[in-house]
Design a protein around this ligand. Sequence first.
Ligand code: 5GP
Ligand code: ZN
Length: 112
Amino acid sequence: MSCIFCKIIANEIPSERVYEDDKVIAFKDINPATPVHILVIPKVHIEGVHEIDSENSHYVARAFEVIRTLAEEFHLEKGYRVITNVKEYGGQSVPHLHFHLLGGKNLGEKII
Ligand code: 5GP
Ligand code: ZN
């Protein structure tokens, strides 16, 4: 298994976990872009949005439920951003589906 996020799930690589359940884990990004920068990932290897289907979309639904809860826990009531990069042109560097939860400051209106 060469996927770095699968290794984080398996505890082969340490991470600063902030949430875990049967479907997803959430941990702090190693190179935070914002004061709060958490990655929420499914516990199964889905490469990216391009691999989401009716069989695995329950992982995605759970990820967003967790994002909502984490946003409350990390006091992001003023707002936050959720980003997922897809494949090469989308700037995806880790090919395991992940949602960036970004917040803790005013992120402005533009993302590109
Ligand atoms: P992407 O560019 O694929 O959308 O995002 C990958 C994210 O994973 C980056 O923000 C990067 O900092 C983070 N990342 C890469 N390797 C590790 C790691 O080993 N541990 C943690 N916590 N984050 C990582
Ligand atoms: Zn993986």
